[in-house]
Design a protein around this ligand. Structure first.
Ligand SMILES: [Zn+2]
Length: 258
């Protein structure tokens, strides 16, 4: 089968890559429901990676547990981001659209996919992403100016906030990864910052069981809003990239207006 042997690191990049590849099935190294920050590959995963034609990675330090394996594999690695900003790049649909030409090029060069077909599929996805961006932009544009600030569990929403003009005043973990731990002093400073800025929303990654964020919310009388940052199971409200991002925007929108 043409296109067999392309892998992505995460289910979300597997979906996007598959769409650019005109629906070819693309596997994910990190299984659905597993935190991309903490994932460690098995020997079998390494074998699968080494036998692939191309691997598509988020990059920017997101898949920290995979970095050594990606550096060692003979398989070409296409990284969506290489800068040191917030690596949760898929939370900005325009950044995703902007990353597609280079991804399409990698599919053509390394996996031998047909360039005319790929270009048509990329353009169709580009259109959908720009519609998604407009819809979310319109929805969040009407959140009042004094209700646009929030705190997150780890530094997840930098790109989303930049794109849709929200303000993240701080994170429980001042880290792009969910693998760090905050000190009591850090939490006290953040609580003070929240009170001074009248911030009453703490956004935590869905299913993260983050007790520090919950304590911070209790201490400051804030609401916890669970936000999806990864793909959910097929058929769930976060089963596709587009559904995930719309659900994320909807939950933030409701929490900020409360
Ligand atoms: Zn994260």
């Amino acid at each position: 089968m043409q296109g067999a042997g392309i892998l992505a690191t995460t289910p979300l990049w597997a979906e996007i890559t598959s769409t650019v590849a005109c629906g070819q099935p693309i596997g994910s190294l990190i299984p659905l429901g597993v935190d991309h920050h903490g994932f460690e590959p098995s020997l079998a995963d390494r074998g699968r990676l080494d036998a692939s034609l191309l691997v598509v990675a988020n990059g920017g330090g997101l898949e920290a547990g995979l970095d050594d394996t990606l550096a060692a594999t003979p398989t070409p690695v296409h990284r969506i981001v290489s800068d040191g900003r917030d690596p949760h790049v898929w939370l900005d649909p325009v950044s995703v659209a902007d990353a597609l030409p280079a991804l399409a090029e990698a599919l053509i060069v390394h996996a031998g996919l047909d360039s005319v077909a790929i270009e048509a599929c990329r353009l169709a996805l580009d259109d959908r992403l720009r519609t998604l961006d407009e819809d979310i932009g319109k929805r969040l544009a009407t959140v009042p100016a004094n209700r646009r600030s929030l705190v997150t569990d780890h530094a997840t929403l930098g790109r989303f906030a930049d794109r849709f003009r929200l303000e993240v005043i701080g994170s429980v973990l001042e880290s792009f990864s969910s693998m760090a731990e905050p000190s009591a002093h850090d939490l006290e400073l953040l609580a003070g910052e929240m009170r001074r800025n009248d911030v009453t929303v703490v956004a935590v990654e869905e299913d993260s069981h983050d007790s520090d964020s919950r304590r911070l919310a209790e201490r400051t009388g804030s609401a916890i809003v669970e936000i999806p940052l990864r793909l959910g199971p097929e058929g769930s409200p976060t089963g596709t990239y587009e559904e995930m991002l719309r659900t994320l925007a909807e939950r933030l929108d409701e929490a900020l207006r409360r």
